[in-house]
Design a protein around this ligand. Structure first.
Ligand code: K1U
Ligand code: ZN
Length: 176
């Protein structure tokens, strides 16, 4: 297992639409999902899409266990949202690709998803609460959409500028 670098804005790869996994869940894919989970735990975060480590495949990992609880890793291969409810839920979101920026996004409160799990079994289930928020945020990544794309143009640009400045500052500190 390995910790991979997480891409941050304005890296153009984050705008790519990820491709479906062909040919089922192989050992190679499971090794990628293991790396993604380790990278997510290290960050730390509660979800990660493959494109965030530069791999344009429709794969997501997630763990919504609270501190002190047993880990509950979840793996999603070729996930699809097949139904949503009209009711919406506002939630203060963050993103490992837009570090240290948090803002409210309103999304459907519940959604039904279909995907293949770590062992290649098909799953069909309803999500609600943080699970619904996180899977919709991660599904957005597969379409090249970031949570800041749901904000006003001004807020989005401010967020990108803030991340750029922080990256420059870190580079300068490393060079000193
Ligand atoms: O970058 C990502 O896609 C991961 C992101 C997932 C997410 C968070 C909040 C709402 C929607 C989606 C994160 O994990 S940001 C970090 C975070 O939320 C967190 C980190 C440590 C402990 C608890 C939460
Ligand atoms: Zn994100």
């Amino acid at each position: 297992m390995a910790i991979r670098e997480i891409l941050t804005v304005p890296d153009p790869r984050l705008k790519e639409v990820s491709k479906p996994v062909e040919g089922g869940v192989t050992d190679e894919l499971r090794a990628l999902m293991d790396d993604m989970l380790e990278t997510m735990y290290d960050a730390p975060g509660i979800g990660l899409a493959a494109i965030q480590i530069g791999v344009p495949l429709r794969i997501i990992v997630m763990d919504l266990a609270k501190e002190g609880e047993e880990p509950q890793p979840k793996y999603f291969v070729n996930p699809e949202i097949v139904e949503t409810v009209e009711e919406t839920l506002p939630y203060e979101e963050g993103c490992l690709s837009v570090p240290d920026i948090f803002d409210e996004v309103e999304r459907p409160a519940r959604c039904r998803i279909q995907y293949m799990d770590y062992d290649g079994f098909k799953v069909d289930e309803w999500c609600e609460g943080l699970y619904a928020v996180c899977i919709q945020h991660e599904m957005d990544h597969l379409e090249g959409t970031l949570f800041i794309d749901h904000l006003s143009r001004l807020k989005r640009q401010r967020a990108i500028d803030k991340v750029k400045k922080a990256k420059l500052r870190a580079l300068r500190e490393d060079a000193a």
